[in-house]
Design a protein around this ligand. Structure first.
Ligand SMILES: Nc1ncnc2c1ncn2[C@@H]1O[C@H](COP(=O)(O)OP(=O)(O)OP(=O)(O)O)[C@@H](O)[C@H]1O
Ligand SMILES: [Mg+2]
Length: 390
């Protein structure tokens, strides 16, 4: 030990205390010893300046070793506690270790004392370093989670803004081009057939561009989700999916009560999109059945396909980032995400269940940038899903 350590000794016999001190010095320990004899002195010493180690006799007048141990565990739990006793039998010694004592040394074998103290100090140091590391890990995990929530919210907000601008600005500009073109075409003499044909082609081209703009805009953030709610948005997405892939997609939504919270519907909607993407990419299915239910304070979305089915290895594969993202997204709202084979059937079933009244952490979806101290107006509204589009 480079620095002197502070040892608190609970011992009523002055000679025994001196012998212990001598054994410690002989063992090479540098220390400052505070000796107490009564419960009052002991409590005072614990409160004033917690020691690096406590050495305690087992039988004390008006006070006993067990009580001293309990008090030490309560007041300074990380401090090693070693019994130094002349009377301790093996059974009692084992009992004290079970109750939290670090070690015991018999007064007839004081040569063991210094090594026992050194070992106890080393272990206490390792324990606290370990606790610190765990604490840091927990903190950085919390920070990463907060960052992920923030990034998802920002992303969703950005998508909504771009979707609105693409829809409004480009849509209106194209519509007015179409009107102007119709006006010009109306003024063209009937004999200028090639020009009239060109105007008709251009009108058709503008029409298809308007459709493309609408599609891009609703892929970014379907307006139906904000205006008509989750059930309508799922139905819309299912129809899009069916017409694009030819895979039948049946939706069955029963949502009673008022519209769902926006974080909740965005989360379910994005998980639904990611699930449909997976079905296109992996399932080789011909049919998908979607059910949305609200019961017992939870909203549950189930998507079942009749494809090849998912294996346990695929589910537990740490590289399955899509599945991980969906699981994390549900967890952020205090919910659960499950994926597995359809029981007694063919295909895969995805089930997401989210509580309607979300725990506190879910409200952090509206949080500010976790790395910014300044408050941010117009904080992110909703949680996003980085999943690809169908
Ligand atoms: N409906 C499904 N039917 C069959 N297998 C599936 C289905 N959904 C997922 N899988 C399997 O689970 C794996 C993990 O899916 P996950 O979405 O995590 O990854 P991915 O789709 O391969 O890639 P990405 O990270 O781009 O989403 C897939 O590679 C696929 O093998
Ligand atoms: Mg995927």
């Amino acid at each position: 030990m480079k620095h002197d350590i502070r040892i608190l000794m609970l011992e009523d016999d002055a000679t025994d205390a001196e012998l212990a001190e001598f054994a410690l010095r002989k063992g090479g320990l540098g220390f400052e010893m505070v000796r107490v004899q009564t419960k009052e002195e002991y409590l005072k010493a614990l409160a004033q300046n917690p020691p690096a180690v406590i050495l305690s006799d087992y039988s004390l007048p008006g006070f006993n070793g067990h009580e001293a141990l309990d008090l030490a565990r309560e007041r300074c739990p990380g401090v090693p506690f070693i019994f130094v006793s002349g009377t301790m039998g093996e059974e009692v010694a084992i009992e004290t270790l079970k109750s939290g004592a670090t070690d015991y040394v018999l007064k007839t074998r004081l040569s063991r004392l210094a090594p026992a103290v050194n070992r106890a100090l080393r272990e206490a140091h390792e324990r606290s370093a370990h606790q610190r590391a765990e604490e840091q890990l927990r903190e950085s995990h919390e920070q990463l989670r907060a960052l992920s929530i923030y990034l998802q919210s920002v992303r969703e907000e950005e998508r909504t803004r771009i979707a609105r601008e693409v829809h409004d600005e480009l849509g209106q500009a194209l519509t007015s081009c179409k009107l102007d073109l119709a006006w010009i075409a109306g003024k063209l003499p009937k004999e200028l057939k090639p020009l009239l044909q060109k105007a008709r082609d251009l009108t058709a081209h503008i029409d298809s561009t308007i459709q493309t703009v609408r599609r891009i805009s609703s892929e970014l953030r379907p307006g139906v989700l904000d205006h008509l709610g989750l059930a309508a948005a799922l139905e819309w997405q299912a129809n899009e999916f069916e017409s694009r892939t030819g895979i039948r997609c049946h939706t069955d939504s029963h949502l009673g009560g008022p519209q769902l919270d926006s974080n909740l519907s965005t989360t379910l909607f994005r998980i639904f999109q990611e699930t449909l993407t997976n079905i296109i990419r992996h399932a080789a299915a011909t049919k998908v059945v979607v059910t949305l239910r609200q019961a017992d304070g939870r909203v549950t979305l189930e998507v079942e396909d009749n494809g090849r089915g998912i294996s346990k290895a695929e589910i537990s594969n740490p590289k399955s980032m899509g599945l991980l993202g969906m699981r994390e997204r549900a967890a952020l709202l205090g919910g659960a995400f499950r994926i597995g084979r359809v029981p007694k059937g063919k295909g895969t079933r995805v089930s997401v269940s989210l509580p309607l009244r979300r725990p506190d952490r879910a409200h952090r979806l509206n949080h500010e940038n976790p790395f910014s101290r300044r408050s941010r107006r117009g904080a992110p509204r909703v949680e996003a899903n980085p999943g690809r589009r169908v």
